[in-house]
Design a protein around this ligand. Structure first.
Ligand code: HDD
Length: 700
């Protein structure tokens, strides 16, 4: 619960001739100045010829202020425009020195400063947070050897195999160019047209239709470097690596109908979650995991390790956990840090190298190029959020907004000037590329080893619990039901027939598509007998407590003080948080006469904002709230979204008003009258949802 904020200190004010308020500088209040440092006497009236006369060109203060305002926006990112970042650090817990010479992987306990930006992909900067989409998980590590950017996603594979397809893919996923909608979603013809014509997308599309694409928060999702990279040790030996980020709080997603409603209730749901967690000292944390393997494994693997549409199951190559990433500080200024941060896949350090993954190779061109455009010139590396924290020096000079201007005569090398005038020199300790031998004809050709597009999609599907499989089927049906062209729907089902016939049949039934189309031509037969990989399921990797989750409690005047404080204490004991929802945001008075502040008025705090809910009204409060439609929605949604609902006796009135008569209830609707039972309820909430309810609340 938050306390009521204090009113700001009064400052000297006077009212102007037009009734406007002027607040003046004084002790402890700085004087406002122009960009030139000139103190400003009046910031609210332009310079005019007479009180009712025209504005004068001479008004340099007005012109500077408006000019600057007119230039406030920079181009938003062409993808991943909507994002939110935080500062933190990476701490090594298990040395990787045997396989990697990078300093940050050498000494256990060493901390490396980090900045992380999470994002959605398709939506514009002002779009909602909980759309069905991939989430970016971009990590900038300010190491002692230079910046290393690991620019990953929350899904370990990608839609396309070659970077040359990226503009087409992004065009198809974003708004159609003629109408500029739909925004921030893939439920439209162009997206499904493209992916159904690109069989290589099938695996990633299955991930995108799973609950991975609607995470509960950034804190509850995994991150992946996607590509196979190389680690290089001090002897120059190369080891292949896949990078993973594993959230300490376990995995969690929301359900689709809930996501739709969250986007209306709080479009900033994920931002607010990260902000609140960090500001209250609940620092989100991930473990860094590595899958290490060599050429022998690569040769024996059913798929090409250079193909970014494939993953390596954790059951085949276990994830070794080597460090932790902790986010403990929000930026002081969103624009300066989160908007201007420039991630580049080509930012590597000694010990980390690329492979020939054709998507990665193309990315290494694209990121530098896009930052130059977005941030206005080649000196974006001088912006504090992008500058390395280790010393850096070179002879690059000038350009727009140059901030690091070398002193002295030399701006070239070799030169014969002595130090310090001679400037920086090359060093044998500098970066060297892994000397992989390459040969072959110059051609435009996709390797045959990239041709199996369905086997891992099938493996992903069979690794899900039945609940998750149902969510996938429903997501395909929802999205393809928004596709207006029947041939595109059928084409997509023709791919799903290779993934799983039951899935394909379920989607076809949901679409009213009959008869089934013929299976799409497959360049390679599906590998039979791939084992399910439990690591791919969210529900098999959920939390074991309510930590980091939020309980919403509906209260009214006279609420049982003991029960309320017991419920709050039980939630906070496991590091969960509570919000109170009341008839008005001014709050209520509890049964002990204490004034209790509420965080939400009932129509602003729908149950979709909470992981579990409790209804603790008095009879009087319940009789008032039962006439409030948003109160009834609160309960009906919590039930439909399979949430745990605790309630006192008086709440029977509300449950009945929402249609939840005793016979319609289940084990997830829990009577709670005694303070002693609060802890047991919060323990039950660790399961997050009563999934068995889902089949009872959906008919089509
Ligand atoms: Fe990308 C941004 C992740 C393929 C070109 N990408 C961007 C961001 C993330 C990713 C997380 C946002 C960074 C931030 O927060 O500022 N991108 C990926 C992953 C990919 C991938 C995991 C596949 C494995 N990307 C990819 C390809 C290309 C790009 C194939 C182009 C050939 N990506 C860009 C970009 C962006 C970008 C246009 C837009 C804004 C930016 O770079 O800074 O250069």
């Amino acid at each position: 619960m938050t306390k009521t904020p204090k009113a700001p200190k009064a400052m000297a004010t006077h009212v102007g001739a037009g009734g406007e308020t002027h607040q003046t500088a004084g002790e402890g209040t700085p004087a406002m100045t122009t960009q030139q440092g000139l103190a400003v006497s009046d910031d609210q009236n332009t310079l005019r010829a007479g009180a009712r006369g025209p504005a004068l060109m001479e008004d340099f203060h007005f012109r500077e202020k408006i000019f600057h305002f007119d230039h406030e926006r920079i181009p938003e990112r062409v993808v991943h425009a909507r994002g939110y970042g935080a500062h933190g650090y990476f701490e090594l817990t298990d040395s990787l020195a045997d396989v990697c010479k990078a300093d940050l992987f050498g000494k256990v306990g060493e901390r490396t400063p980090a900045f992380v930006r999470f994002s959605t992909v398709a939506g514009n900067k002002g779009s909602a947070d909980v759309v069905r989409d991939v989430r970016g998980f971009a990590v900038k590590l300010y190491t002692s050897q230079g910046n290393w950017d690991l620019v990953g996603n929350n899904i370990p594979v990608f839609f396309i195999q070659d970077a040359i397809k990226f503009p087409d893919f992004v065009h198809a996923a974003k708004q159609a160019p003629d109408r500029d909608f739909p925004q921030a979603q893939t439920a439209h013809d162009n997206f499904w047209d493209f992916v159904s014509l690109s069989p290589e997308a099938t695996h990633m599309v299955c991930w995108a239709m799973s609950d991975r694409a609607i995470p509960r928060s950034f804190r509850f999702m995994e991150g992946f470097g996607v590509h196979t990279f190389r680690l290089i040790n001090a002897q120059g030996k190369s080891t292949y690596v896949k990078f993973h980020w594993k959230p300490k709080l376990g995995l969690q997603s929301v359900v689709w109908n809930e996501a739709l409603k969250i986007n209306g209730a709080d479009p900033d749901f994920h931002r607010r979650d990260l902000w609140q967690a960090i500001k209250t000292g609940n620092f989100p944390e991930w473990e860094l995991g590595v899958q290490l393997f060599d050429d022998a494994f690569a040769d024996s693997f059913d798929f090409d390790i250079l193909d970014p549409t494939k993953l390596i199951p954790e059951e085949l190559v276990p994830v070794r956990r080597v460090g932790r990433l902790v986010l403990d500080r929000m930026p002081d200024n969103f624009f300066a840090e989160t908007e201007q941060v420039a991630f580049c896949t080509q930012n590597v350090i000694p010990g980390i190298d690329f492979t020939n993954d054709p998507l990665l190779q193309g990315r290494n061109f694209s990121y530098l190029d896009t930052q130059t455009k977005r941030l206005g010139g080649p000196n974006f590396t001088h912006i504090p959020i992008n500058a390395p924290k280790c010393p850096f020096a070179n002879f690059q000079q000038d350009g727009h907004m140059a901030m690091h201007n070398p002193k002295g005569r030399a701006n070239y090398e070799p030169n014969s000037w002595s130090q310090p005038a001679g400037g920086p020199r090359e060093t044998p300790a500098g970066y060297t590329s892994y000397p992989e031998e390459e040969s072959g004809p110059k051609l435009r050709q996709r390797s045959e080893t990239f041709a199996d597009h369905y086997s891992q999609a099938r493996q992903f599907y069979i690794s899900q619990t039945p609940v998750e499989q149902t969510h996938m089927r429903d997501a395909f049906v929802f999205e393809l039901s928004k596709v207006e062209t029947p041939a595109i729907r059928a084409r997509m089902v023709s791919h799903l027939l290779h993934v799983d016939t039951e899935l394909a049949q379920g989607v076809a039934t949901g679409l009213g598509l009959s008869p089934l189309p013929a299976p799409a031509p497959a360049a390679r037969p599906v590998v039979e007998g791939l084992e399910p990989s439990p690591a791919l399921s969210i529900l098999k990797n959920g939390p074991d407590s309510f930590a980091g989750r939020k309980l919403g409690i509906v209260v009214s005047n006279g609420v049982n003080a003991d029960l309320l404080s017991a419920l709050i204490a039980a939630t906070e004991a496991v590091d969960g948080t509570v919000e109170l929802i009341a008839p008005t945001v001014a709050g209520i008075t509890d049964s002990a006469g204490n004034e209790v502040v509420a965080q939400q008025k009932i129509n602003g705090g729908p149950s979709v904002l909470y992981d579990a809910v409790a209804l603790l009204p008095t009879v009087e409060g319940a009789n008032l709230l039962r006439h409030e439609a948003t109160m009834r929605d609160f309960i009906a949604d919590a039930f439909a979204h399979a949430k745990f609902i605790a309630h006192n006796d008086a709440a029977e009135i509300l449950l009945a008003a929402a249609g939840l008569h005793p016979r319609a209830r289940d084990a997830g609707v829990i009577a709670l009258e005694r303070a002693d039972d609060a802890t047991a309820f919060i323990q039950t909430c660790a399961a997050l949802r009563l999934w068995s309810r889902e089949s009872q609340v959906h008919a089509v």
